[in-house]
Design a protein around this ligand. Structure first.
Ligand SMILES: CC(C)(COP(=O)(O)OP(=O)(O)OC[C@H]1O[C@@H](n2cnc3c(N)ncnc32)[C@H](O)[C@@H]1OP(=O)(O)O)[C@@H](O)C(=O)NCCC(=O)NCCS
Length: 189
């Protein structure tokens, strides 16, 4: 929960803490930058170019006010937000009672040094603390690096796929599932 007191934890060079509404701007900036850096060639360019930080900030202010949302940010040593994760109850009809990692994004320059793992640990621990011992997530099928990251964190494909509609262009995403999310720090080989 955004209002839940959470002991800050440190990943490599980063501190993870609960997100507040005041983080909405930084989260929006990271999401837009990360989409543009990650999804070029996967999501239509018109969609990426049409993204708008101001609009996203308003949306995230609303989402962060939802007490059911579990949201965390990672800060670097200067206190700048360099990544975020959001989680909560699964939204799919066939996943009632499960948890879901809705989104995890880092600033493009912050990847590959354990920050994502620290954020994922925080999300999985929060889900577990709220009674969600199994978590799902959706990822674009073509986003191979993220898929490797999720697999490293213990998620496995559950055989479900669907198309997202980006202004008439279908882009496939697939669902992963991870049981026993309370063992978030047990990253499987
Ligand atoms: C996906 C993302 C959150 C991962 O965070 P990260 O900080 O780069 O990953 P970490 O450094 O914490 O890696 C954790 C583990 O996953 C592994 N891993 C991460 N990316 C990997 C890859 N592309 N291939 C293989 N392993 C990978 C790491 O090697 C590490 O393994 P270890 O247990 O041996 O140390 C981050 O790279 C990101 O924001 N990517 C762009 C946005 C995105 O795709 N988000 C997901 C949308 S669904």
């Amino acid at each position: 929960m955004t209002s839940r007191a959470t002991a800050p934890s440190r990943g490599p060079g980063a501190r993870v803490r609960s997100a507040t509404i005041a983080d909405a701007r930084a989260i929006a900036e990271i999401r837009v930058a990360s989409w543009r850096a990650t999804y070029r060639g996967i999501v239509p360019t018109s969609i990426l170019e049409g993204m708008d930080v101001d609009r996203d900030e308003v949306r995230f202010r609303g989402r962060l006010a939802n007490p059911g949302l579990m949201a965390f940010v990672a800060e670097d040593v200067t206190g700048s937000v360099i990544g975020f994760v959001m989680a909560g109850a699964a939204r799919d009809d066939d996943a009632a009672g499960l948890g879901e990692v809705y989104a995890i994004y880092l600033a493009p320059g912050a990847r590959g040094r354990g920050v994502g793992r620290a954020l994922m640990d925080a999300a999985l621990e929060a889900l577990e603390a709220s009674g969600f011992s199994t978590a799902i997530l959706w990822v674009l099928t073509a986003n191979e690096p993220a898929r490797r990251f999720y697999e490293r964190a213990g998620f496995q494909l559950d055989g479900t796929a669907r198309d997202l509609d980006f202004d008439g262009t279908p882009v496939e995403e697939i669902r992963y599932r991870r049981a026993d999310s309370g063992r978030a720090r047990t990253i499987v080989a």
